[in-house]
Write a protein of this length. Structure first.
Length: 583
């Protein structure tokens, strides 16, 4: 459903669709569903009291328990689950006669972007040829326009209303064109506010930490970034291969951030419990954004054998220029996410004779982006699905010789997707000189726990303002607080943290933006094909670590920008003044 849709209205639509499919043979479904829909219509129209909710729940339970087939019991069960999941919304309709605050149609691309970037605005600037303006409009909310142009998972495209006509606008591809024409380090950031003389420490120089530092600097605060590694960038440098995000392009964003004002970046500065205590005492505020830098391991025989390493270990070494040599070796990668695909494609480029990805679920269940999976297969990676690693077989010298797996079969749905269960089949032996484990990342929380920061399941605890519990001036965000996630989510956390720290310091700065979106032309609703970013041929790209994607041409980007329906001005995403409520 579009973001901001009233859950009661969405439930009513689903119920009406179910009622329309009844065969009419059983009374609970034939007569009960229309009656239940009539009750929900009253709730949706804010013309119901508590008794209506009680009657609706009782009727839904009867339909669920007495219907002869899934049409009746699934439709009723969905209503019951919704009444529990959206209890606050139902109560608001009954008690206040209105939806809960915040419910209301918005611009989908802005709403679903964790940083809430003004997507229609910068697309219009790109179409007008104002690339520097487009970069600055992105940086109003996201100081990593280049990195996101290369590696963002583009959640902004998920509910693009252009899908009603043909396909979502290629938002990431358009951003890539803008930063290709106007590199971020050549576009001056907005002028920062008056110096506040308040110093803030940021622990971690990754996407969340640098985002927070950028906005705090624009607000006039003095920021010191402490990074444990030798270079800034966090997992963008030490977790994403150069063929996806060229290091020189990442450095463009970092130079642009450091040019914002009073930011001092100190690398090779690990922070322990003692250092953290000193920092908290000597700075007005501290933002901890250390990410998830440790790789998870598998509990199986010989998991620590030579030749077995975590994905984080491999990609981290590459971040410092230490490329592996897998010439002639057989490599097995365990996992099914984007990091697993990164490891597999890296192994191909490192000269491996064979590369296999071993995953315990089906290929269609992989969490990696479909485009990443397809690219890996095109480069010669073999996908081995429904196999769970059971042991590492070693040779006489104690080195990895093979990965032994237990075949699986797909079973019942758990946690929203079918779960694998052991199959009655003999173990499988996969020849492997190297096994790369890409099954997740952990947070190195020990030193901060010693300082007094609380954790739950290894993640730092924080309140709704990202403040660490009981520590006053310490804030936390990004992967170390949410668990491993995407670059754009870390950026969104850094942006929120900067605003909350500014409020904590007693300010409410309004940041200037030198770019403004052009007036919207009448939108073009003629169905057109979506322009996709091409990739270099697999036979060429798999031999080097150069950028695999090819950007759009001016002709292509103008056509793609023209497909934007400008929901910020036209339609239910607009508000008075032509901007959405997220602006």
């Amino acid at each position: 459903m579009p973001p901001g849709t009233c859950p009661v209205v969405a439930q009513l639509a689903l119920l009406q669709a179910g009622a329309a499919q009844t065969c009419g043979k059983c009374v609970p479904c034939r007569d009960g569903l229309p009656r239940l829909a009539a009750l929900l219509e009253r709730v949706a129209a804010c013309d119901a009291d508590e008794n209506v909710l009680v009657e609706a729940r009782a009727l839904a339970e009867m339909i669920r328990d007495a219907s002869d087939c899934a049409i009746g019991y699934e439709a009723a069960n969905a209503v019951l689950e919704g009444m529990d999941a959206f209890a606050g919304e139902y109560a608001s309709h009954v008690e206040r006669g209105a939806c809960q605050e915040g419910v209301g149609q918005t611009v989908p691309c802005e709403t679903l972007c964790p940083a809430h970037v003004d997507v229609p605005g910068y697309l219009a600037l790109v179409a007008a040829g104002d690339y520097a303006g487009a970069v600055n409009l992105v940086r109003k909310d996201n100081p990593f326009p280049t990195a996101c142009a290369f590696v963002c998972e583009h959640p902004c495209e998920t509910r693009c209303r252009r899908t009603l006509l043909d396909a979502p606008v290629n938002i990431r591809g358009i951003k890539r064109y803008a930063v290709d024409q106007a590199p971020a380090d050549r576009v001056a950031p907005p002028a920062h506010s008056v110096d506040t003389a308040k110093n803030v420490a940021v622990i971690g120089g990754g996407p969340s930490g640098l985002t927070c530092a950028y906005f705090l600097a624009l607000m006039g605060h003095r920021v010191t970034v402490l990074e444990a590694r030798s270079q800034l960038g966090g997992m963008m440098r030490y977790g994403i291969p150069a063929y996806r995000l060229p290091r020189e392009r990442l450095d463009e964003d970092i130079r642009g951030i450091l040019s914002a004002g009073s930011i001092t970046a100190l690398c090779d500065m690990p922070v322990g419990a003692r250092e953290m205590a000193e920092i908290a005492e000597n700075y007005y505020a501290v933002y901890v954004a250390v990410g998830a830098q440790a790789g998870k391991t598998l509990k199986m025989e010989n998991a620590d054998a030579a030749g077995v390493m975590s994905a984080v270990e491999l990609l981290g070494a590459i971040g410092d220029g230490d490329y592996p040599d897998f010439t002639g070796k057989k490599v097995a990668v365990v996992g099914g996410g984007n990091v697993a695909m990164d490891c597999a494609r890296t192994a191909v480029r490192a000269g491996a004779a064979e590369v296999s990805v071993v995953y315990r679920r089906r290929r269609c269940d992989m969490t990696a982006l479909p485009a990443e999976v397809e690219s890996a297969v095109a480069e010669g990676v073999e996908l081995i699905a429904l196999e769970v690693p059971a042991a590492i077989e070693v040779d006489g010298a104690g080195r990895c010789a093979a990965l032994v797996t237990q075949p699986q079969m797909i079973g019942a749905v758990r946690g929203g997707r079918p779960a694998p269960v052991p199959a009655d089949k003999p173990p499988r032996r996969i020849d492997a000189d190297v096994v790369l484990v890409a099954v997740g990342q952990d947070i190195e929380a020990g030193p901060f726990e010693d300082f007094g920061m609380k954790t739950t399941w290894g993640r730092f605890d924080a309140d709704e303002h990202l403040a660490a519990e009981g520590l006053g001036n310490v804030f936390v965000g990004g992967d170390c607080q949410t668990g491993p996630s995407t670059v754009i989510r870390a950026i969104g956390a850094g942006k929120v943290a900067a605003r909350n720290i500014d409020t904590y310091l007693g300010y409410s700065h309004k940041l200037a933006c030198d770019a403004h979106a052009p007036a919207a032309a009448p939108n073009d609703r003629t169905p057109k094909g979506r322009v996709e970013l091409a990739e270099r041929p697999a036979r060429e790209r798999k031999r080097d670590f150069l950028d695999v994607e090819e950007g759009m041409s001016r002709e292509e980007v103008v056509q793609e920008c023209g497909r934007c329906l400008r929901c910020d001005v036209f339609g239910c995403g607009s508000t008075e003044g032509g901007r959405s409520q997220y602006a």
